[in-house]
Each structure stands twice: as C-alpha cells, then as structure tokens.
Design a protein around this ligand. Structure first.
Ligand SMILES: Nc1ncnc2c1ncn2[C@@H]1O[C@H](COP(=O)(O)OP(=O)(O)O)[C@@H](O)[C@H]1O
Ligand SMILES: [Mg+2]
Length: 569
C-alpha cells in the first residue's frame, strides 16, 4: 500500500506458496512445479525488499524499480488468492457437494483447459519477475524484518501516555478559562478567542481541556464543538454546529435558509460556547458570513478558534488585544512527557549519560508534544546505553526540521515502523482529513487488504486491534473514544499525520474530491470524497473498473443521500 512497500505482500505470497494446502491444489491442477519455481523467484525478491523499501526514499532508481515490481507482485498475489480460495472451498464444502462441483470443474476437458491457463499465468508472472529482477543494477542487501511491536502489557502499564494525560498547560488553561468566563466590556454579545500555534503543539488538546472543564460546563448553555479544517463552506459548518447541538444530523434536503433558521433556534438568546477547531480560512468575507449567523447568542457567548495561521488569528480574534499564542511545552514538562515515552526502566533516568543524551535529542523537538511523543516512541525500542548516541548523531541529525514543520520528524517514526504497520498507516490516506475512524471497520479493511499477519493463537481482529494500539501508542492516531468496556471504538488522525500518510502512500492511492482520475497503471486504491450518485457514479467508476483491473480498493465515502441532489429516476 505505502509506496512500493511490498515486503509483507511478498512474504504472505511466499508463505502461501509453501503451504501444504496450495501444494495439494497445485498437484490437482498439474501446476505444482510451476508454483514451486514461482516460490523460489518470489523468495529471492522478497529477501531484498526491506532494503529496497528503505533505499527508495533517497534513490529514485530503486523507487522506479519497486514501482514496476509492485504491479507484478500484486498480479502474483491475485493468482495465489485464486489457489487459496479453491483450497478453502474444498475444505469448507461438504463432501458430496464438493465432489459434484469438482467433477464439473474437473471434467477432463475443463481440467485441462484450466490447468493450462493457470500454468500459463504462473509462467507469465514468473517471467515478469525474472525480467524485473534482472533489470536491477544497484546493490541491495538481504534483510529480515525486526518485529518491533509494543507488547500489550507495556501498552497498558508503563510508558503509555494516555490521551487524557495532558502534561503541563496549567497556566494556559487558566488564562483561557479566564477569558471565557470573564464579563467582557466588548460591544458584541459574542466574542472570539483565537488560539494560534504550529501543528502538533497541543491546540486541540488545550481546547478540549477547557471545553470539558466543570466551570465551563456550569457557565454556558449549549457547548458546541466543530472541526472545520481546510474546507470553509457554510453548509457543512452550519450542519455540523447543529449536529453538535442536537446530537443528530439535520435533514440533508433542507435549503440553506432553513438550515440557518435551525441554527438560530439552537443558539439565539442563549449563552453558548462554540469551538471551531483547526480553521484555515483567511477569506474575510467568508468569515464575516459565518459570524453574522453566530451573533445572535446571549451576552457572554464565546467562540474559541484554533488555527495554525497568524492571518486567521488576526481575522477572527476579538477579545483582548492579541490572539492567544501557544508556545512549546516548558523544558521540565517536555522532559516529563519524553521520559515517559522513551524509557522503559526508571533506573535509566538515574544514569547521567542517558539523561544528557535524551535531553540533547529532546532539544530537536522544540517543546512540540506530537514530536516529543513520536521521537520518544522510537527510542522506546532502542537500548539507551548503546543506541541513543547513534540515533542522535545519525538518524536525527539527518532530519531537517523547519521551525514550523514537524513532518520530517514524524516521518522518522514512520521509517521505524515494521512493514505491516507501514501498510496499515498508509492505507488511512484514503480517508479525508479529520475523518473519525471506526476502529473495527478499519481493521476489517486491513484484513481485506492482507495486511494482518495470520497467527494461530489469535483472531485476525485481535491481531488487527493490536496493530491499531501500536499505531496509537506511536501517536499515529489520537482523539480516541472508548466503549464501556474500555475498548477503543473511534479515533482520529492528526492532520499532519494525515499529510504524512498521503505522502508515503504515493501515487498508487488516490483520495479524490472530483470525478475524474488520471489514468495510471499503478493505481490500486481509490476513494471518492464527494457524493456520487446515479449517472455520476457510473461516469466516475466505470472507467476505473475498465482500465484499472488491478484496483484493490474503491471507496465511495458519501452515500448519494449525503447530498441534496435528487435521487436518480
Ligand atoms: N500537554 C500535552 N501533554 C501530552 N500530550 C499532548 C499535550 N499536548 C498535546 N499532546 C499530544 O500531542 C498530539 C498533538 O496534539 P494536538 O492538540 O492535536 O495538536 P494541534 O491541535 O496543536 O495540532 C496529540 O497526540 C496530543 O495528545
Ligand atoms: Mg488540532
């Protein structure tokens, strides 16, 4: 899934090709030898894939080679799936029925034609693999995957910085609370406080802290939370404010003025508190348009805007002189967060050499909690006595972190993921920014794509949940919601992590908000982030199905009824 990251697919193919079940089918279809040869070729390629995956970041020759290889490996995967399916069918079908079906399939003429077709296909794939293998004129090392997953126990006890465990921010919280609760002298009934700072600094976290504060609960009437992000369109924003107020989506077919009336009914004359999280809109006109809808609140109503943009802050902030500028965590708070994430044993913190190295590494994070957590989670797997110094002088030294961009640091953490988790993470690029993931469903998607490594002792769902917790622990997910039993049902992804997912997923995956998709032989995953209905659906989807016969995912994220268009006849 992630660009050319093929190791786990190749590994699964080799596993299946070597299985007794496939050997049996191979024998039955007369292609046992062909399957064995394919297995040898695939194994040789698999051995160097981990090295290739790593080298592709700096070497576009390797990247190009992997892109070509990806197509054939997916072909091989599809083929092996056919054998696997047949083997499964034979196992689950009751004897008589099976015998009957097999008799039809393996009537002498059928059997011969099928075996020939299969033999031919296996040969074709093997030849393509051989050709691609021979085109490689750069050196790759044989490598085996180190499995670095966090044990369930470790996740539950030591080192797991839970979401609700916010470190520091007491002063900031008090100041914002004061601004929210004070009687203001402003002309307007509804005032706006804007919290500004770079991505990953903890704006959403701080906004959540004050949102859930008991004083805020008692002081305001309706409390509303809307995540705005980069699309600043009136209709979804108004719809989402209503949704937050009523716990239910407004009727999709309402006209805009009806929606506005609904909104007014919820907030007019009431002392409300609204958080508009992650606003990007710098267009004054659009901002004023929204503001005019929100001004009917009772005196003392407050809007808290969070944003990365200074311009948005200047535009929206009305209370007090200056927008509220969030800074990095103080040194001692940064260290507290970092040491919880990075060190397994308390005694490491009594070793001055380790502490000095840790602090030097921490300096690079500039007090940004998201960076601290991700770097900390990398170090958790390292031996603090022997590996910290190398990490600092080599891996971390290569990261060119700009003042306001922590993506290179996040990428480092991605590079340290085992191959199967890279796939799982990159697959999330198919969902829009700020999407709320249904964890169970996400795990089913991972299963369908073959990212979950089978294990006799656990169900694939349980293994997938372990993967999810691992990614959560490394901060690839956040904002979780648990059910009564403590199992996580929903989660989100930080928008910078989403940017990272898109960049590592590469050109084989596309999340599109328009109908046409440029044709590419290597397109494997497509998701449509706009309502598709009737003829539109056919127009967008049928060329894809026609040309991209290797398509492995096709998501239509909105149903037709999400839109206000009429149903097709
Ligand atoms: N004070 C804090 N202590 C611990 N973790 C924090 C703190 N602030 C933020 N985080 C964590 O850092 C990550 C990014 O925080 P977030 O509030 O989403 O950043 P922003 O909204 O500024 O981009 C989240 O995983 C969050 O849990
Ligand atoms: Mg945020």
């Amino acid at each position: 899934m992630a660009e050319n990251i093929l190791f786990s697919i190749a590994e699964a193919i080799v596993g299946k090709l070597g299985s007794f079940a496939l050997e049996e089918i191979g024998l039955l279809w007369g292609v046992k030898n062909d399957l064995q040869k394919l297995n040898i070729t695939m194994s040789t390629i698999k051995d160097v894939l981990l090295d290739a995956e790593e080298k592709q970041t700096h070497n576009h020759q390797v990247r190009g080679w992997l892109t070509k290889l990806q197509v054939v490996v997916y072909d091989a995967d599809d083929l092996v799936d056919k054998f696997d399916f047949e083997s499964l069918r034979r196992r689950v079908m009751p004897g008589n029925k099976m015998r009957k079906q097999v008799c039809i399939l393996f009537s002498s003429s059928n059997q011969l034609a099928f075996a020939l077709k299969m033999g031919h296909r296996i040969k074709e794939i093997r030849e393509s693999l051989d050709e691609i293998r021979s085109q490689r004129d750069f050196r790759l090392e044989k490598r085996v995957e180190e499995t670095k997953s966090v044990s369930a126990k470790a996740r539950e006890t030591h080192s797991f910085v839970r979401e609700e465990e916010v470190i520091g921010r007491d002063d900031e919280r008090m100041k914002i609370l004061q601004l929210l609760l004070q009687d203001d002298e402003t002309k307007e009934n509804v005032s706006t406080i804007t919290l500004v700072g770079i991505g990953g600094l903890g704006k959403t976290t701080l906004a959540q802290l004050v949102f859930n504060d008991a004083k805020v609960q008692n002081h305001f009437g309706p409390k509303l939370w809307v995540c705005v992000s980069d699309v600043f369109e009136m209709r979804p924003i108004v719809g989402n404010i209503i949704k937050s107020a009523t716990n239910g989506s407004p009727d999709q077919h309402l006209a805009m003025d009806q929606l506005q009336n609904l909104l007014r009914k919820q907030i007019d004359g009431k002392k409300y508190f609204l958080v508009l999280d992650d606003v990007w809109n710098e267009d004054r006109k659009k901002w004023l348009e929204l503001k005019s809808l929100l001004m009917g609140g009772a005196r003392g109503s407050r809007i808290l805007v969070t944003t990365r943009s200074e311009n948005v802050a200047k535009l929206s902030h009305t209370l007090d002189d200056q927008p509220f500028k969030l800074n990095g965590l103080e040194n001692d708070k940064s260290w507290s967060l970092f040491s919880k994430m990075a060190f397994r044993q308390v005694q490491d913190l009594n070793n001055p050499k380790i502490v000095d190295l840790g602090k030097a590494i921490l300096e690079k994070c500039k007090g940004v909690p998201l960076a601290i957590k991700t770097i900390g989670s990398i170090l958790y797997f390292k031996n603090p006595e022997t590996e910290l110094s190398f990490f600092k002088d080599n891996e971390l030294a290569k990261v060119t972190q700009q003042e306001d961009d922590i993506i290179p640091t996040l990428k480092l953490s991605y590079n340290h993921l085992p191959s199967y988790l890279k796939h799982c993470f990159a697959y999330c690029s198919l969902f829009p920014k700020h999407h709320e993931f249904h964890v169970q469903m996400l795990i089913h998607f991972w299963m369908a794509q073959g990212f979950i490594k089978a294990d006799q002792s656990q169900s694939p769902e349980d293994i997938g949940y372990g993967y999810f917790l691992d990614l959560l622990w490394r901060s690839f997910f956040q904002e979780v919601k648990e059910d009564v039993s403590g199992k996580i049902r929903w989660c989100k992804m930080h928008d910078l992590m989403h940017d990272l997912a898109i960049s590592v997923a590469g050109t084989s995956s596309v999340l599109t908000n328009k109908g046409s998709i440029s044709s590419s032989e290597n397109l494997f995953h497509v998701s449509f982030d706009f309502p598709l209905g009737g003829t539109e659906f056919l127009k967008s989807v049928s060329p894809l199905l026609k040309h991209h016969y290797k398509l492995r995912t096709l998501f239509v994220l909105h149903t037709y009824l999400d839109d206000e268009q009429e149903l097709p006849p």
